[in-house]
Write a protein that binds this ligand. Structure first.
Ligand code: NAD
Length: 429
């Protein structure tokens, strides 16, 4: 496994530079976060005791616009992880051409051990500590692992109270009734789905012949599975943090989602109306899921799940990184040798931040778009950028991740270059 997630994330920069027109100064700038803020959040617990939670917010780079990125509530959150995630956000926003830089935040907490009221106090406490950093024109958070629309709503409300001004543009992924955008809920999964649809055209796939396994059946994983299922793809395995299920005939995804929402567990069920019945399926571990003989593997949970010790076991011919950073750089090299196509995270899951951008634009204008407009605009961006990255990969015979980085570096390089680099300042006048 990778020793340091942030160092690992940076390791692709130098390689990608060779296929972009970004200069050395751009690469050097992108090796350092602009600012990294660490704070503590005191929370009064329901039993009257006080608990202190470590909080983080990193603004990685704002050359192309205000920094943008989610807030994660998870026990393993560290500053290095938040730096890596904010670095990827910088590249991701550039890759899809939206006018944002990259940021990210997190709290080291097990949210499952907190009551609803404790989570509300923690969410408001995060904003109280980060209020000088975040803002509609500076740094705009969004949901990530174990945070959701309701938490975004609390955070927006807290920020608005502190600054004495209704500020929906400070955060995206809000409930629709509080200024959220239609289509934000499934945007990450939908963006990945649009990438798969472009690949389907290139490879001439018949969806009914394609077996798919989904590791991490949460927000992003459920939506991409659901859209693929609707198109006839066979979803043969799904998992969550407690383990997974496998059925070679495939699952009825809406029934799985209903069972997961009702029970908080992945269960092999078939639902008719409100009645759900158990169907036969094998219970598998997350490691077994990753090694299944499927066509498409969707790691949709956390980082570093495909690493040097298990990359050789992967049998899928395509990996779509719905999660951020699921494949380490050492694993990447093994997968490349096995000729496995990896659609990288900064492309595959960029649908979320793209619709977050739409939400921010709508908040600024106070004018809201119909769902079809959101879908059409997202589809156009994802198809355009997927094909641009694919062409760069094909032309240079490089891994798709390197092509995606190079494509993003071109846009970042242009913005950094526009303010002058050594070649400009050292020229005689
Ligand atoms: P989520 O909290 O809704 O879902 C995460 C899922 O992963 C849960 O079902 C959880 O049980 C499962 N999980 C946790 N640990 C696991 C493990 N060890 N093995 C298997 N499953 C495990 O989170 P999400 O918003 O769907 O985010 C998932 C990934 O997608 C993250 O990497 C996140 O950064 C990325 N992402 C999310 C968005 C978004 O808009 N939500 C946007 C871009 C990227």
């Amino acid at each position: 496994m990778s020793e340091n997630i942030f160092e690992d994330a940076l390791s692709h920069l130098d390689h990608a530079k060779a296929y972009s027109h970004a200069d050395d100064e751009t690469i050097e700038r992108l090796k350092h976060p602009q600012s990294a803020f660490e704070f503590s959040i005191p929370v009064r617990m329901d039993d009257g005791s006080l608990k202190i939670f470590p909080g983080y917010r990193v603004r990685y780079n704002n050359s192309r616009g205000p920094t943008k990125g989610g807030i994660r509530f998870h026990p393993t959150v560290t500053m290095d992880e938040v730096k890596a995630l904010s670095f990827w956000m910088t590249l991701k926003c550039a890759l899809v051409g939206i006018p944002f830089g990259g940021g990210k935040g997190g709290v080291a907490v097990d949210p499952k051990a907190l009551s609803r009221m404790e989570i509300e106090r923690l969410s408001r406490g995060y904003v109280e500590q980060a209020v000088d950093v975040i803002g509609p024109h500076t740094d705009i958070p969004a949901p990530d692992v174990y945070t959701n629309a309701m938490i975004m709503g609390w955070m927006m409300d807290e920020y608005s109270k502190i600054v004495r001004c209704h500020s929906p543009g400070v955060i995206t992924g809000k409930p629709i009734s509080m200024g959220g955008s239609l289509g934000r809920d499934d945007a990450t999964g939908r963006g990945a789905y649009y990438c798969i649809k472009e690949l389907e055209k290139i490879r001439g796939w018949n969806p009914a012949d394609i077996n798919v396994a989904v590791q991490g059946f949460g927000n992003a994983g459920q939506h991409v599975a659901s859209l693929l299922h609707k198109d006839g793809y066979r979803i043969v395995a799904v998992s969550d943090s407690k383990g997974g299920i496998y059925r070679k005939e495939g699952f009825d995804v809406p029934s799985l989602i209903k069972a997961k929402l009702d029970t908080q567990k992945v269960q092999a069920v078939y639902c008719e109306g409100t009645v759900c019945e158990t169907v036969p399926a094998d219970h598998i571990t997350n490691d077994e899921l990753l090694a299944l003989d499927v066509d498409v593997l969707l790691p949709s949970a956390l980082e570093n799940v495909i690493h040097v010790d298990n990359a050789d076991n992967i049998k899928a011919s395509v990996i779509v990184e719905v999660a951020n950073g699921p494949v380490t750089s050492k694993a990447d090299a093994i997968l490349a040798k096995k000729n496995i196509l990896v659609i990288p995270d900064i492309l595959a899951n960029a649908g979320g931040v793209t619709v977050s951008y739409f939400e921010w634009v709508q908040n600024k204008n106070g004018y809201y778009w119909p769902l079809k407009e959101v879908h059409d605009k997202l589809h156009a961006i994802m198809a355009r950028e997927f094909n641009a990255v694919y062409a760069l990969m094909d032309e240079n015979k490089i891994p798709m991740r390197v092509a995606a980085y190079a494509h993003a570096l071109n846009r970042l390089g242009d913005a950094i270059h526009a303010q002058g680099t050594q070649s400009y300042f050292s020229a005689s006048v």
